[in-house]
Design a protein around this ligand. Structure first.
Ligand SMILES: Cc1cc2nc3c(=O)[nH]c(=O)nc-3n(C[C@H](O)[C@H](O)[C@H](O)COP(=O)(O)O)c2cc1C
Length: 201
């Protein structure tokens, strides 16, 4: 289907979820992988991949350690840019920028409980983005946790671990076109609805 102002959904999150499902159905190996950029208050950007774990009209949710580098950036400067890139079924990119909020504890708890035991233990054992003396230190902490928390004990969610939601303010759909005459549609939030404009490729 052509990417044009008339055929895309008026809500960019609905449109993103449509493209996401299309990519997944077409066999894109990890359509939920997105790059998330943050910046320090003095304007130093950084980016890293995370996994999209929630998508609705409120925005994009991912989970992480809030005391990581990205968490520190977001505490001081709660704005982010997220980026998806898919090759299947056609070459597409989606950019989302907006303010970031913490997901509430209930939702973070629910997602925490859904994670495999080993992933929960490693989130407890590892203080993300901190320098560590060696891999053996981490493995030692994992072994200690396995002993302290036997199989049937649920490791509690550390308060530093939880979700963030990027609330979309600007969303751009990009689809490759012949002769590099790509389609670019930009949604901008405006008085409770969305303005859609075409950008030059
Ligand atoms: C495909 C992929 C998915 C990832 N998903 C997550 C994720 O959902 N949450 C997370 O905290 N880190 C995830 N990571 C690791 C991050 O890229 C990064 O190393 C980590 O979050 C620390 O980033 P920071 O030091 O900038 O805070 C993922 C890495 C890759 C390659």
């Amino acid at each position: 289907m052509a990417v044009d102002e008339a055929s895309v959904d008026p809500d960019p999150m609905t449109q993103l979820s449509r493209w996401f499902e299309t990519a997944r159905t077409a066999g894109e190996p990890m359509p939920e992988a997105m790059a998330v950029a943050t910046a320090t208050t003095n304007g130093r950007p950084s980016s890293r991949m995370v996994l999209l774990r929630g998508l609705d009209h409120r925005g994009l949710v991912f989970y992480t350690d809030r005391e990581s580098d990205k968490g520190r950036d977001l505490k001081a400067n709660p704005f982010s840019a997220a980026l998806f890139h898919w090759l299947l079924p056609v070459h597409r990119q989606v950019r989302v920028t907006g303010a970031v909020e913490e997901v509430d504890d209930e939702q973070s708890d629910a997602y925490w409980r859904s994670r495999p035991l080993g992933a929960r233990r490693s989130a407890v054992a590892s203080h993300q983005s901190e320098v560590v003396g060696g891999r053996a230190v981490l493995e030692q902490r994992m072994a200690e946790l396995a002993e302290a928390l036997p199989e049937e004990t649920e490791p509690p969610r550390p308060p530093r671990w939880g979700g963030y939601r990027i609330r979309p303010e600007v969303v751009e759909l990009w689809e490759e076109g012949a002769d590099r005459l790509h389609d670019r549609l930009r949604y901008q939030a405006q008085f409770g609805s969305w303005r859609i404009e075409r950008l030059s490729p």
